[in-house]
Design a binder for this molecule. Sequence first.
Ligand code: SF4
Length: 236
Amino acid sequence: MHPFPLFDEIAILADNFERSYPHEIIAWSALRFGKELAMATGFGPEGIVILHILSQVAPETTVFYLDTGLFFPETYALRDNLGGLLGIKFLRLASSLSLAQQTEQYGPELWAREPDRCCRLRKVEPLRAFLKTRQAWITAIRLEQTGNRASARPIEWDAANGLVKVNPLVNWSQEQVWTYLHLFELPYNELHLKGYPSIGCAPCTRPVAEGADPRSGRWVGHKKVECGIHLQDEEK
Ligand code: SF4
């Protein structure tokens, strides 16, 4: 395999993939990076679309999730359901610091006082350590989601983590995502039916009123809008 980054190649590919179907982008990524490719999922609707495609075009791809130990029971149930349905064995990544050790070191409920530190310990650091072992990763971000994601391209150089980032659904709308899930009768988190459009860790996720910003239920009472895994260094 030729080494990345070939920055010109990334820029050209990003332009070429702007109108491509996610299947094409994912299939190309699997062919280009092989075992050096991994996909990250938090079991959200977008991730489920990608998992479904991946299970058809590149089922050997490593799929990992960042287990903070604080997910809703419904999220863990969905993980198990998807694993069985799509034949995926999810790789669990977690902080070396247990929740008990975190409490001992930083006090109880760190997420309520310092959510940035909590996310860094439980998500960002384990992610960064893992990504050092890969050349490319697939994410489920979409342009519409938050301001921090508004400049994302189908393929881009992830400077913070030093590898290529592939965003196959970057140009999809929320409606397209849900149409796909219903069309293929794929399971999704039951909490979406109970007022939770965006689901993260249980202590940091609240239901939102109909029509509200889908991510407004995350880290309520804090300025925080991202867990930090999709921010570049200068944005943190
Ligand atoms: S989302 Fe909340 S509980 Fe989860 S890692 Fe971040 S701050 Fe901690």
